[in-house]
Design a protein around this ligand. Structure first.
Ligand code: NAP
Length: 277
């Protein structure tokens, strides 16, 4: 069994990586920081270190993702589980080299491109799974599909984050719908409110609230439990496409359940990524 995971260098992803590695024959760390990735690998028990390999992926650069696909395909024959865990919230609006707002690129578009490009490799597995780390913040989404990168409308860090976490759920359901017949399962999840590096680039009221909430937050070990559960267990076909919390299917907002939102997101993501898809 082969696992690939984004954002394995910090917080929830780091624990997910460490806890899942013993269950897999090979694990690819899809990360942007080589030093952190190498540190993660050298932190594994000696006998597990040879299983883990670093692949450079910067989700804020579509060219870097395209490059990583070639590297991944040269390293492994297929992928059984892909965990799209990387993400973040950013106080100031920033635009990537591709012209996308950073929250959109790092949390959604990058994973959309990565997953679609890896689809032939996933479909070579008898039971492929894609797991997208979302958030309860999706319930605060206010999406304008005509301006996904906030070129015309005012940028709010929290709304931008809520929107992409909604996209993680919509994307998971779309993947389940489109590829179920070929054996693929796709899930999204809320990890809890977790004490990690998350929000280190946030600001204003959100950052203040986050600092005050820290004593009440769960640990990364606890926050990784649902990702680990979905990554290593067989999940019933009836739950394909579902959103999980505390390792159980959970209720989403009505937007997250909307077929028209799923279709709009898929259409607009393909349109924005046309050059790379
Ligand atoms: N913490 C929470 O309470 C909470 C709640 C709900 C959902 N989540 C979600 O959980 C996931 C993991 O977050 P976390 O709390 O563990 O935060 P974290 O400690 O900040 O970890 C984020 C990870 O994403 C990686 N990353 C960020 N931007 C990237 C980019 N452009 N390209 C490649 N990798 C990138 C980071 O890499 P570097 O190490 O190189 O920075 C890091 O490995 C995120 O999707 C987040 O939205 C978190």
């Amino acid at each position: 069994m082969i696992l690939a995971i984004t954002g394995p260098t910090s917080g929830i992803g780091a624990v997910t990586f460490r806890k899942l590695t013993p269950h897999f024959e090979k694990v690819l760390l899809l990360a942007r920081n080589p030093d952190k990735a190498k540190e993660m690998i050298s932190g594994l028990p000696m006998e597990q270190q040879a299983k883990a390999e670093y692949v450079h992926v910067d989700l804020a650069s579509m060219d870097s993702i395209i490059q990583s696909i070639k590297t991944i395909q040269s390293k492994v024959s297929h992928i059984d589980v892909l965990i799209n865990n990387a993400g973040g919230i950013f106080h100031e609006k920033s635009v990537t080299e591709d012209g996308f707002e950073l929250t959109l690129s790092a949390n959604h578009l990058g994973h959309f491109l990565l997953t679609n490009k890896l689809m032939p490799w996933l479909l070579k597995s008898p039971n492929p799974k894609v797991i997208n780390v979302s958030s309860e913040a999706h319930k605060a989404a206010k999406v304008n599909f005509d301006d996904l990168s906030y070129h015309k409308s005012k940028y709010s860090a929290f709304t931008a984050y809520a929107n992409v976490k909604l996209f993680n759920i919509l994307f998971s359901k779309s993947l389940a719908e489109k590829y179920e017949a070929q054996g693929l399962q796709a899930f999204s999840l809320h990890p809890g409110v977790v004490k990690t590096n998350f929000a280190s680039e946030a600001g204003g009221i959100f950052k203040l609230l986050w600092i005050f909430a820290k004593p009440f937050m769960i640990t990364a070990e606890q926050g990784a439990q649902t990702s680990i559960f979905l990554g290593k267990n067989e999940i019933s076909a009836a739950q394909n496409g579902s959103y999980f919390k505390n390792s159980k299917p959970a209720k989403t907002s009505s937007s997250a359940n909307s077929k028209s939102m799923r279709e709009k997101l898929w259409y607009n993501s393909e349109r924005l990524l046309e050059k790379w898809l």
